[in-house]
Write a protein that binds this ligand. Structure first.
Ligand code: CA
Length: 240
């Protein structure tokens, strides 16, 4: 990213919430603009190509998921990161949004500090590779406490070789390829599909439990995101 201010588009029909987000985004050094409808958002995004979109899911005309779907279908807009804003009880929509390609979400009422941390993370990562395929054969994580060796199919946990099954290895590798990003069970299933036995949503949980047990003191890096899925945590994330 250059030194220019990051352009953030806030798509939110509730004026107080939109203003709250705008206020904090500008205080954090971003340049914010707000729109109150999904249709206007699509027009503005096509024209202005913001660096980041904060997208409320409940909008009066075109709902947030539809906006997300349209943005991800278009070559011009598919790489613009999206942070969804959701209400409590909309976990199914969060899952749908993440599977459509949204990057992260916050749940109302959210703390501005948490929202800004997520926006900054997403902006920071937007400058990094978009695809989870790593270019090196070794992933060094958590200050070297966790090393994933893709060539030898080995995981070192605090210097100790840890035997994982193919599925466990696949899940860990997939989550660790984009730390901090939530992955749904279905995304995990398709990522490791073909590399092992057939997976179902429930068996993902079973494999995760086994994986954590083998990771021992590093187990917390595989974090449960209630109602949504899992993510690899580097332990620096602000929590709600
Ligand atoms: Ca709304």
């Amino acid at each position: 990213m250059s030194n220019a201010k990051a352009q953030v588009l806030i798509v939110e029909d509730e004026p107080e919430i939109a203003e709250l987000i705008e206020f904090h985004a500008e205080r954090a050094g971003m340049q914010a603009r707000k729109v109150h409808s999904g249709r206007i958002a699509l027009d503005v995004i096509k024209r202005e190509k913001p660096d980041l979109i904060v997208l409320d899911l409940m909008l009066p005309d075109l709902d947030g998921l539809e906006v997300c779907r349209k943005l991800k279908q278009s070559e011009d807009t598919r790489t613009i990161p999206i942070v969804m804003v959701t209400a409590k009880g909309e976990e199914a929509d969060v899952v749908a949004g993440i599977e459509l390609g949204a990057d992260d979400y916050v749940t109302k009422p959210f703390s501005p500090r948490v929202l800004m941390a997520r926006l900054r993370n997403v902006l920071r990562r937007a400058g990094i590779a978009d695809e989870p395929a790593p270019t090196t054969d070794r992933m060094v994580l958590l200050d070297g406490k966790l090393i994933i060796d893709l060539d030898r199919h080995e995981v070192m946990c605090e210097g100790r070789k840890t035997d994982l099954t193919l599925t466990e290895f696949g899940i860990l590798h997939y989550l660790a390829s984009r730390p901090g990003f939530v992955r749904t069970r279905d995304q995990i299933i398709s990522a490791v599909h073909g590399k092992s036995t057939v997976l179902s949503s429930r068996t993902v949980d079973v494999h995760i439990t086994a994986l954590r047990r083998k990771l021992g003191s590093m187990a917390e890096c595989v974090e449960t995101v209630r109602g949504v899925g899992y993510r690899f945590s580097e332990g620096t994330r602000d929590e709600e």
